[in-house]
Ligand binder design. Structure first.
Ligand SMILES: C[S@@+](CC[C@H](N)C(=O)[O-])C[C@H]1O[C@@H](n2cnc3c(N)ncnc32)[C@H](O)[C@@H]1O
Length: 455
């Protein structure tokens, strides 16, 4: 018989869910509690109940977990961005390792070796890609820009965000003020009206420069947006360029297809493994370059220590960051990426760094794997798979197994799809040597993983 659970009750938080919610169990019934930490004894109130689980918020902290700390951002409770900022940073790392182990246990059905999480070199000012939605107040038409409030699409007008470089706060403040003076309207999601939808900024750890992208609900650059772009460029020495992205679709996707420049460069430069990369408006690039550098150095050292001049496939390559970092230790590299802008930038980076052992393919990874299979069997010593959050298709995994002689190095930002794909690979005879997590996103529940798979 199902337990009768009152709406207000006392619970002890046992662990953290993969979405950063505390988990308590009452007679087998699972209760997810926002803003809670393992070890907390709480009085909670259930606000949503399903058959086997419920969601609750805290009414009273009866005994706080010893790992609770004062969040350094006054907005933490309302902003949806840093879910774990009230938990001691070292304990966040312990919890993230548990999240990865839980995913492997529950989805892959395996106890793979999961190593301790390698911390982010910085846990403030680490976020170098900022995407603020923009709207406006009803009466005064003041522009609002910031992250969404927890669980909503209401914008929190953020003046200061300690996890991103402070120059970005200054730029966004300037855009809000000058944009309003120029009569730029903020986007209203409900009726798809208003001009400025998002401000996207990519800032470089290496040069300190910032690329600003104004995402507009129009098909051409308006006078007001052009003036705003020029004002931003003239005001801040740090701004390397201002671009406009056109997005008139009713969609949650931030960027549309087309980008045009208002002034300056259409990229920033970033340094990884002693190589200079170019990052554009639509290029995939990790938000935390210093932690990303740890991952690239780690994979490079692993390949250097375990192979002698291998042939490497870098799949889901973005700007071919793995391939370019590995070019010193590999005989040959083939990279495959579907976004043309990323491949064009990769071509420039390869030329500027005088690299002559990389072939870049601008196509769907599955199609590219299929073409290689037609040419022959196991072509690559090492295959790097770094797919988006949804993971790889079964066909791509099948092809990767057929094309690779020795190791698949699978990089993933989603423990659930990683577990699913590792389950498939091991069902075909592959062996997971270990999983090395990295903290790319301090104070959030996200965790990046590198899985080493032997064939
Ligand atoms: C997580 S990112 C990794 C990028 C790169 N490895 C890095 O670390 O910077 C995934 C990349 O896969 C690309 N992508 C997604 N689906 C693809 C597909 N079916 N074929 C080729 N590339 C794809 C995306 O455009 C994106 O650049």
């Amino acid at each position: 018989m199902q337990a009768i659970i009152p709406n207000v009750l006392e619970v002890k938080i046992e662990k953290l869910s993969n979405m950063g919610l505390g988990i308590a169990k009452v007679e087998g019934f699972v209760i997810f509690v926002e803003n809670s930490c393992p070890g907390d004894l709480l009085r909670v109130e259930i606000y949503k109940k399903n058959k086997n689980f419920a969601f609750a918020h805290i009414v009273e902290i009866l005994k706080a977990s010893p790992y609770r700390v004062e969040p350094f951002c006054p907005m933490q409770k309302i902003c949806g961005s840093c879910q774990l900022q009230f938990i001691d940073y070292n304990y966040q790392l312990v919890l993230k390792k548990e999240i990865v182990k839980d995913a492997m246990r529950s989805i892959a059905g395996e106890e793979f070796e999961v190593r301790d999480v390698i911390p982010s070199p910085e846990n403030k000012n680490y976020r170098h890609k900022i995407q603020y939605p923009v709207s406006q107040t009803k009466n005064s038409k003041r522009l609002l820009a910031g992250y969404y409030k927890k669980g909503s699409h209401d914008i929190l007008n953020i003046k200061y965000c300690p996890i991103q470089p402070s120059i970005c706060d200054n730029i966004i403040d300037f855009i809000r003020e000058e944009g309003q003076k120029l009569g730029v309207s903020g986007y209203e999601e409900k009726n798809a009206k208003g001009l400025l939808r998002h401000v996207v900024m990519r800032s470089s750890c290496y040069s300190g420069k910032v690329l600003v992208v104004l995402v507009i609900n129009d098909n051409k650059i308006t006078d007001s947006i052009k003036k705003l772009g020029n004002l931003v460029y003239d005001k801040f020495d740090e701004v390397s360029g201002v671009l406009v992205n056109f997005n008139t679709r009713k969609t949650n996707l931030i960027l549309g297809d087309k980008v045009e420049s208002i002034c300056g460069d259409d990229y920033i430069e970033e340094k990884l493994c002693d190589k200079i990369f170019k990052v554009g408006a639509k290029t995939f690039f990790q938000v935390n370059p210093k932690s990303a550098n740890n991952i690239f150095e780690y994979v490079k050292k692993y390949v250097e220590d375990n192979f002698n001049s291998p042939i490497v496939l870098d799949a889901y390559a973005g700007i071919t960051a793995f391939g370019i970092c590995l070019s010193d230790v590999a005989k040959k590299i083939v990279s495959v990426e579907e976004v043309k802008e990323s491949v064009d930038l990769a071509n420039q980076i390869v030329a500027e760094n005088n690299i002559d052992n990389i072939d870049l393919c601008n196509m769907d990874a599955g199609k590219c794997f299929e073409n290689f299979l037609k040419l022959g069997g196991k072509t690559f010593d090492v295959t790097i798979l770094d797919p988006p959050r949804k993971g790889c298709s079964v066909e791509s995994l099948e092809y990767a197994l057929k094309l690779t002689k020795s190791k698949i190095i699978y990089i993933s930002c989603n423990p659930a799809t990683l577990a699913r794909d590792l389950k498939y690979l091991t069902s075909k005879g592959a062996k997971v040597d270990f999983i090395q997590p990295f903290d790319m996103f301090p104070h959030t529940y996200h965790v990046e993983n590198v899985a080493l798979v032997s064939l």
